[in-house]
Write a protein that binds this ligand. Sequence first.
Ligand code: NAD
Ligand code: MG
Length: 381
Amino acid sequence: MTPVTAPKGVAVLGSTGSIGTTALRVLDRQRARFRVTALTANSNGALLREQARKFQPAFVGMVESQADADDAWKSGTDALISAATRDDVDIVLNAIVGAAGLDATLAALKGGKRVALANKETLVIAGDLVKQACAAGSGEVIPVDSEHSAILQCITGHPTSAVRRVVLTASGGPFRGWSAERLASATVDDALRHPTWQMGRKITIDSATLANKALEVIEAHFLFGLPYDRIDVVVHPQSVVHSFVEFIDGSVVAQMSVPTMELPVLYALTHPERVADDGVPAFDPVKLSPMTYEPVDHERFPALRLGISAGVAGGAAPAVYNAANECAVAAFLAGKIRFGDIPSAISSALDKVGDMPGGTREQLLAADAAARRYVQEMFKC
Ligand code: NAD
Ligand code: MG
């Protein structure tokens, strides 16, 4: 049935990426409810042009990026902010990768928009600033990350005080079961071979180190207002259960689906409503069996614990964790460092600059830049 209200305007930031293209598939099926009013990307101009022809948005931005460490946040920010604050935009789907997405999120929230947030780095770097921006106006953040979408779907209708703890699931990445020696010298191709999800290169490496899960624990802390000792992680290699919520009465509610990002993207657009959509493959518990669970091996994947400690420390530590990780992942993808160097770089950066102040955007920006400089100097890259 076609809704009677006018379609909501959606800006897709990072439209040529993995989440961006997924979102446009969803938006194409949901044209009665949503219209694409703005698109931005900083890679794959041919695809951006094709998307612009198909969706006819009023605004299209090809965003320039800068390699300079001090300017990681400033790359093409004006175009992103223009897209995110337009009058014809109701929902900003932030599908940019990395720290570059932060200012657009803050601007959209100040403008009273819903931010459908895939760009988890935004919350990791500046969770408090994002929460303040939400509290100051009518903006809101709805997660696109599958684990956080799952939690939101489970808790909607319940106060946070009814939640005893949440358990995020992790696929374990391509290196589950690898020995520490083999892991230390894993290649880029090995790390990009994710067992259950097709994603952009940066998040695929983050999934291999489990830094992605650390970012997600911090993201859950800020999204749901839960202390870190009420956020757990379990390895679930099939990626069918996207998270568990344990309530104070002992009942555990989980959200499941075949692994596809179309569902969390759609839910972030429509929450708290559910709308009909035929994009998600049918759920067959027999075909999806068995569903198994195992503990995280923190010895082999130290990036998870480092991230949780950074989250607990607060201040600029999560921003330093994120920046060091972004820098080390870029160096690994460029073939300049080994896989095992990624957690070492994060750990050293946290030791060196993790206690910088992080109360304001400027302080966080300074800590982000210091961490990037430190990792670049560490590896001479
Ligand atoms: P991707 O690399 O495939 O796409 C990133 C998009 O952002 C591209 O369109 C790119 O042109 C644009 N972009 C990159 N850097 C930019 C910059 N400096 N300025 C402006 N635009 C820039 O990444 P992705 O896998 O789609 O991930 C996007 C975000 O969503 C990340 O934060 C990731 O952690 C998160 N996420 C992704 C998935 C997934 O399945 N891919 C799942 C959950 C969360
Ligand atoms: Mg996730």
